[in-house]
Design a binder for this molecule. Sequence first.
Ligand code: SAM
Length: 224
Amino acid sequence: MTTQNKFLFWQQFQKNFFHVGAVLPSSAALGKAATFYLSEKKENIKVLEAGAGTGSFTREILPFLDAGDSLDAVEINPDLIRHLYLRFQSEPDFQVANGVDVNLINADLLQFPFNKQYDYIIFSLPMTNFPSQMVEEVLTLMMKHLKPGGVFSYVKYIFIGQVKYMYSQSETKANMKNTQEIIKRFADQYQFDRKVVGANVPPTWVHYWRKPIQDTSESDTVEE
Ligand SMILES: C[S@@+](CC[C@H](N)C(=O)[O-])C[C@H]1O[C@@H](n2cnc3c(N)ncnc32)[C@H](O)[C@@H]1O
């Protein structure tokens, strides 16, 4: 992780804590954990990266992609997506194999006009900062656009939520409780694994959800 990536991320964290939600880009160890289930890939895949930042997870996704695969990396912050674009122009780790379709998309995930479903969604939006109804909305959207059998991974910082809860006003506490209940409801339905990553600031859980092949949610109505 270069100093330039860290500095830009820190600047953006100060400007927009709500969306950025972390002081530093994720470590390579966290990126490898978040993308772990891409190693199951058997045929061509479509990957969505939600909240690409400076590209810590993008770099770990790329080696899994072969001709015919695609990656849509969605990032709301224009400075971060511009930086990521430059990394694709200049860094060996961001060279893409022939026939791989990579789209860097500067958009709000919640407003993005999705027209497909994905085999893998690598998600790192800071849900602890969001109002609970936004968490419900974004998770519903993600599960809708995950293919049956597909894997969704998301990262959750260890301790940060508890510390924030301790020092929050009652309204924030109530929102955090609602958010936990919403995430638990999704996790009860979909979670099949989780891993802890100590080599990150801060240490982090990665949770993995898999959408059943026979899913009763509205996902089946999405056009390919
Ligand atoms: C915790 S950072 C993770 C960045 C990167 N994946 C990493 O691990 O270093 C969260 C990222 O999500 C982006 N983000 C937050 N809300 C978003 C939204 N609604 N749509 C798209 N990106 C969003 C932020 O700008 C930020 O880059």
